[in-house]
Design a binder for this molecule. Structure first.
Ligand SMILES: Nc1nc2c(ncn2[C@@H]2O[C@H](COP(=O)(O)OP(=O)(O)OP(=O)(O)O)[C@@H](O)[C@H]2O)c(=O)[nH]1
Length: 928
C-alpha cells in the first residue's frame, strides 16, 4: 500500500500482489473521515472472520497477529472535530465507512461460501473422474426442444445466434433440463430423434452413451463438443464408443476442475480488471482517458487501437510511469525485462497501432485524483483498466477470449450512441453475457444525438435482449455519456499539478465539484461545434454530471458490488457445473439402477441354466461314452460270432462249387478253397456293414443328445459311413498258406470211423473195405489181416490173399475217390479253421471292426463333449461377468445417488449466496 492510503482500518494493500493472500481478509474504508465505534466493532468482526466461515478456532484467533481480539480494550478514535457546517458531511462519511465495512463482511461471507463450494465441487468432480474410469458414465440426451413457435419471438434470433457460435462455449445460461433421459437406453420412454439415424439408434439398446445437439445446449459446462467438417456433432458422438465418450467427458471434467481452481484464485484475489471494449471508433480510448482524467491513450477519428492496453497504477511499477510493450509469444513478467520493452508514455501512440510487433502493453500511470474519486487508486482493490481494440471480424474472437479470462471482473462495453450495436457488438455481448452476468454499458457520443429519449429507448431495448441481467439494473449499469466532454490533463509524462491528488492548479476540472468557470482548456476533450456561452456551458455541465454519475456507478460496480463481478462468475459457474453434475448423476443413477435390475434378473435365470449345463456336461459325456462302448462291444460280439460261424461251418455251407469228377478234383479243391475264403471275406464285409449301421445310429443318438443339450449351438457334423473300413483286410488270402494237398482229398480218419457201420455188408466188401481201410489205416491194418486169416483159414488165405488184396485195394481206392466231394470240403475247412485260429483271425477282425466303430463314434462324441464344455464355460464366464457388472452397477448406483444428493445440496448452498441484494444498511445510501 502506498503512503497515499491514509485511511483508517488495517488495510494492507501492498502493491506487490504476492503479499495479498498472506493475511486474513482486509478492507479499506472509502473516504477520509475517522473510524467510528460502530465501524471499529465491524472491523473487529471482520478480523475474526477468517474468510472461511469461522474455521479459525479460538486458539487461532488469539494468535492472530493482526488484531488483539474482540474483548480487548481498544482505542476508539474520537470524532474529528468538525467545523460549523461540516456535520452532515461527517455523518455521511461515517455512514459510508459503516456501509463499506458491512459490505466487506458480506463479501467475505459470500466469498467463503463460494470458496468452500468450489472445494467440494472439485472433490465431487475428481470422484466422478475416478468413477468414470471404472464405470464409464453415460452421457444423456433429452427430449427435443419445444417447436419454434413455442419459443418467445424475441428470443428466436438470439438462439439462432447462439447456435451459430457455439464454438465460443459461453452461451447464455439455459434453464436446467427438466426431464433428462439417456439416449436410447432402457429407461422406457420414447426419445425424439433428430434424424432417422438417431431413430434407429434409439431402439432399446443398453449401451449407448450419447448426446444430441439439444443436450449440448442444455449442458453448460460438461458439454462435449466435437467438430468435424460436414458432419453433425450428434452423428459424431453417436458413432463413438462408450469408452470414447467417457474419455471426452473426462477431458471436460478436467477442464472444469482447472477452471474452478482459477475461479478460487480469482475470488481470493483483491485485484480487479476492467476490460473496456466496443465497436471500432466508439470512443473507448476517449472514455478511458476521461476516467483517468488524463489523456493517456491515443484517440483518433480513425480506428487506431489495435492491441490490448492495460492501464495500471504507477505503484504497480515501483512508482515509475512508463509503458511496457510485450512482443508476441512472450509471457509478461514485470520483474523480467526480457519479456517486454520499456517506452515512455508519449510513445504509446506508436505502440498501439503496431499490432504486428506487440501483443499487448502495460501502461503505468499516476492517477492524479484522490482515493475517493480515483478508479485506479481507490484504496480498496487494485484496478487495472484495459483498453481493447475495436470489435470487428478480426478482433471479435480475440476480445471474446480475452473477456473470458478469469481475471477480467468487469466488462465495460462502449457503444456509439449514433451507431447502436453492430453485429459484432451483439455477438460479443450475447456470448459474454453468459460468463459475466452483468455488463457495464457506456453509450458514448450522446452529445451527437438530437432525439436523446428515442435513442435511450432503442438502446435499452437492445440491451434487454442481449443481456437481460444488465437491463434489469440499467439505471446503474447503462449510461449515456459524452466522453469527450470530460476535461483531461494533457498527454505526456507528468501529471499536472505535481501529480498528486491534493496538488493544486491541476488545470482541469474535478468532477463533482461545483465549477463556475470553464476556463481550463489544457488537454480538455473538446466539444466540437458546441455553441459558446450559457447554453453550451449548460450542456457541458450536463455531460459532466452524466459522466460523474457513470463514474460513481462504475466505482460501485467495481468496488462495492464487486461481489457481482468477482463472485458472480464463480457462482454462475458453480451453479452450472453443479447443475450438470446433478443431471449427469440423475441419469447415471437411473442407468445404474436399470442395469442392476437387468443383471439381477439375468443372474436369476443364468444360475439354473449354468447348473443345468454343468449336469448336462457330465451326464451327456457319460452317456455318450457308455453308448459308444456298448455299440463297439455289440459290433465285436456280432463280428466274432459271425466269423466263427462262417469258419466252422464253411464245409457244410453250400458254397455253390460243383464237383467235376475225380479228374477235376484238384481244380475242385482250388475252387473250393477260393469259395471258402470268399465266404469268410463276405462274412467279414457283412459284419462291417452291420458296424456301419450301428455307427450311423450311434452318431444320430449323439446328435439327438447334442440337440437336446445345446440346441442351436450344436454344430451338426456330416457323417459318411462309406468312409469307414477303408483299409484293405483281404491281405488275409495272402497270409494263408492254404494250398490243397494230396491227402486233403481223402478223409482217412473218417473212413475208419465208418467201418463199424459197414460190418453187416458182404464179406468181400467187408474184407475189401477192411483191408482197403486198414491198408491205409496204419495200425488197424495188421489187426484186420489177422481177423481175415481167422475167418478164411490159413490155406484159403494163401489162395485168396492176392486177389483179395487187389480187390480190397480197388474197392478202397474207389471208395476213397468217391468220398472226395465229402472229404475235401471238410479237410479244407479244418485246415482253414486251423490256420485262421493260428492267425487269431476272428478276434483280430472283431477287434478291428469294433475299433473302427469306436473311432467313428469318438469324433462326434468328442465334439459333443467339447460343445457342452464350452457351453458350460460360456455360461460360467457370463455368470462371472454378470456378477461383476452387478457389483459395478450397484456401486455406481450408490455413488450416483450420493452425487445427486451432494450436488443438489452444494447447489442449494451456492444458490443461497446472495450477490444481488445490497448489504443491509447500505441500501439507503445507494438507493438514490
Ligand atoms: N462527439 C463525440 N465524439 C467523441 C466522443 N468520444 C470520442 N469521440 C471521438 O471519436 C473518435 C474515436 O475515439 P477513440 O477514443 O479513438 O475511439 P476508440 O473506440 O478508442 O477507437 P479504436 O479503439 O481505434 O477503435 C475520436 O475522434 C474522439 O474524439 C463523444 O462522446 N462525442
Amino acid at each position: 500500500m502506498s503512503e497515499n492510503n491514509t485511511h483508517s482500518g488495517d488495510f494492507d494493500g501492498a502493491g506487490d500482489s504476492s503479499s495479498r493472500h498472506q493475511g486474513p481478509p482486509q478492507y479499506m474504508t472509502v473516504g477520509s473521515g475517522s473510524t467510528s465505534e460502530a465501524a471499529a466493532r465491524l472491523q473487529a468482526m471482520l478480523d475474526t472472520d477468517s474468510g472461511y466461515g469461522g474455521s479459525i478456532t479460538g486458539e487461532g484467533m488469539s494468535e492472530n497477529p493482526w488484531h488483539a481480539g474482540p474483548l480487548e480494550d481498544r482505542y476508539t478514535p474520537a470524532h474529528t472535530p468538525l467545523l460549523p457546517g461540516e456535520t452532515n458531511a461527517a455523518a455521511e462519511n461515517e455512514r459510508r465507512v459503516l456501509a463499506s465495512h458491512v459490505h466487506q463482511l458480506f463479501y467475505n461471507q459470500n466469498r467463503t461460501a463460494l470458496g468452500r463450494a468450489i472445494g467440494e465441487t472439485v472433490e465431487r468432480l475428481k470422484d466422478l473422474q475416478r468413477m468414470n474410469t471404472k464405470w464409464p458414465a453415460h452421457y444423456p440426451t433429452i427430449k427435443a426442444p419445444a417447436p419454434p413457435s413455442a419459443i418467445p419471438q424475441r428470443m428466436r434470433p438470439a438462439i439462432a445466434k447462439a447456435d451459430s457460435h457455439s464454438d465460443l462455449s459461453i452461451n447464455q445460461a439455459p434453464p436446467r433440463p427438466q426431464a433428462p433421459k439417456r439416449a436410447g437406453t432402457s429407461l422406457g420412454e420414447h426419445t425424439s430423434s433428430e434424424s432417422s439415424k438417431d431413430a434407429e439408434l434409439q431402439e432399446p439398446k443398453l449401451e449407448p452413451r450419447l448426446v444430441t445437439a439439444d443436450l449440448a445446449k442444455q449442458f453448460s459446462v460438461l458439454k462435449i463438443e466435437l467438430k468435424m467438417e460436414g458432419v453433425h456433432q450428434t452423428e459424431i458422438v453417436h458413432s463413438l464408443e462408450r469408452q470414447s465418450v467417457a474419455s471426452l467427458l473426462d477431458n471436460q471434467i478436467h477442464r472444469s476442475i482447472r477452471h474452478l481452481f482459477s475461479l478460487r484464485d480469482r475470488i481470493e484475489d483483491t485485484s480487479s480488471k476492467v476490460l473496456v471494449t466496443g465497436d471500432l471508433n466508439a470512443g473507448k480510448s476517449t472514455f478511458c482517458n476521461a476516467l483517468l482524467r488524463r489523456k493517456v491513450l491515443p484517440e483518433d477519428q480513425q480506428p487506431c487501437t489495435s492491441i490490448f492496453c492495460e492501464v495500471l497504477d504507477v505503484r504497480e511499477n515501483s512508482g515509475v510511469e512508463e509503458v511496457h510493450a510485450i512482443p508476441h509469444g512472450l509471457v509478461y513478467n514485470r520483474h523480467d525485462e526480457s519479456t517486454y520493452q520499456v517506452f515512455a508514455l508519449k510513445q504509446l501512440e506508436d505502440i498501439v497501432v503496431d499490432a504486428d510487433r506487440w501483443s499487448q502493453c502495460k501502461v503505468f500511470i499516476k492517477d492524479i485524483r484522490s482515493v475517493d474519486t480515483s478508479l485506479l487508486n481507490n484504496g480498496v482493490v487494485d484496478i487495472a483498466l484495459i483498453d481493447a481494440p475495436g470489435l470487428n471480424n478480426d478482433s471479435l474472437k480475440t476480445t471474446a477470449v480475452f473477456a473470458r479470462q478469469e481475471e477480467i471482473d468487469v466488462v465495460v462495453f462502449v457503444v456509439s450512441a449514433a451507431n447502436h450495436f453492430t453485429l459484432s457488438a451483439k455477438e460479443f455481448i450475447f456470448n459474454a453475457a453468459r460468463e459475466k452476468a452483468y455488463m457495464f454499458m457506456v453509450v458514448n457520443g450522446f452529445d451527437n444525438i438530437r432525439d436523446k429519449k428515442r435513442c435511450q429507448e432503442m438502446i435499452l431495448k437492445q440491451v434487454a435482449h442481449l443481456s437481460p441481467a444488465t437491463f434489469k439494473e440499467s439505471s446503474e449499469l447503462v449510461h449515456f455519456v459524452s466522453s469527450n466532454a470530460i476535461p483531461v490533463a494533457p498527454p505526456g509524462g507528468d501529471a499536472p499539478g505535481g501529480g498528486g491528488p491534493s496538488g493544486g492548479g491541476s488545470g482541469f476540472e474535478e468532477p463533482g465539484k461545483p465549477e463556475d468557470d470553464d476556463s481550463e482548456t489544457s488537454g480538455k476533450h473538446g466539444e466540437p461545434g458546441s455553441p459558446p456561452g450559457g447554453k453550451g456551458k449548460g450542456k457541458a455541465r450536463e455531460a459532466q454530471d452524466d459522466f460523474n454519475e457513470l463514474e460513481a456507478s462504475l466505482r460501485r460496480f467495481v468496488l462495492e458490488k464487486r461481489a457481482r463481478s468477482k463472485l458472480a462468475p464463480a457462482k454462475t459457474y458453480l451453479l452450472n457445473v453443479l447443475g450438470d453434475l446433478n443431471t449427469l448423476a440423475s441419469v447415471n443413477q437411473e442407468v445404474a439402477q436399470n442395469e442392476l435390475n437387468r443383471v439381477t434378473s439375468e443372474l436369476q435365470s443364468l444360475e439354473p441354466e449354468y447348473e443345468k449345463s454343468k449336469r448336462a456336461c457330465t451326464e451327456a459325456s457319460d452317456e455318450v461314452a457308455t453308448s459308444t462302448e456298448q455299440t463297439a462291444q455289440e459290433v465285436y460280439e456280432l463280428t466274432r460270432n459271425a466269423i466263427n460261424a462262417a469258419v466252422y461251418k464253411a464245409a457244410d455251407e453250400n458254397l455253390g462249387v460243383p464237383y467235376p469228377g475225380v479228374f477235376g478234383a484238384y481244380g475242385y479243391a482250388d475252387d473250393l478253397r477260393i469259395a471258402m475264403l470268399q465266404h469268410i471275406a463276405s462274412t467279414v464285409s457283412w459284419c462291417e456293414e452291420r458296424g456301419r449301421e450301428k455307427t450311423v445310429s450311434g452318431v444320430s443318438a449323439i446328435k439327438s443328445l447334442g440337440m437336446m443339450h445345446l440346441g442351436d449351438q450344436y454344430v451338426d457334423l456330416t457323417f459318411r459311413s462309406d468312409k469307414m473300413f477303408r483299409s484293405r483286410k483281404d491281405a488275409l488270402t495272402r497270409q494263408l498258406e492254404f494250398e490243397p494237398e494230396f491227402w486233403d482229398f481223402f478223409d482217412f480218419p473218417n473212413l475208419w470211423e465208418r467201418q463199424e457201420k459197414m460190418a453187416s455188408t458182404s464179406m468181400a466188401v467187408t474184407v475189401a473195405g477192411v483191408v482197403g481201410g486198414r491198408m491205409l489205416g496204419g495200425v488197424g491194418w495188421l489187426d484186420g489181416a489177422l481177423t481175415t486169416m481167422k475167418v478164411v483159414g490159413p490155406n484159403n488165405m494163401k489162395r485168396l490173399f492176392l486177389p483179395g488184396l487187389i480187390l480190397a485195394g480197388i474197392l478202397g481206392v474207389s471208395y476213397a475217390i468217391n468220398s472226395i466231394p465229402q472229404s475235401l470240403p471238410r479237410r479244407l475247412s479244418a485246415k482253414l479253421s486251423a490256420q485262421l485260429a493260428q492267425l487269431d483271425y476272428t478276434h483280430t477282425n472283431a477287434t478291428r471292426i469294433s475299433a473302427e466303430v469306436r473311432r467313428a463314434l469318438r469324433y462326434p462324441a468328442d465334439k459333443l463333449r467339447e460343445g457342452l464344455q464350452r457351453n458350460m464355460e460360456n455360461l460360467q464366464e457370463q455368470k462371472r461377468e454378470t456378477v461383476k457388472t452387478q457389483k459395478e452397477s450397484e456401486t455406481a448406483r450408490k455413488y450416483f445417488s450420493n452425487l445427486v444428493r451432494d450436488s443438489s445440496d452444494i447447489r442449494t448452498r451456492v444458490q443461497r449466496v446472495d450477490l444481488e441484494g445490497p448489504a443491509p444498511g447500505i441500501g439507503a445510501h445507494y438507493g438514490a
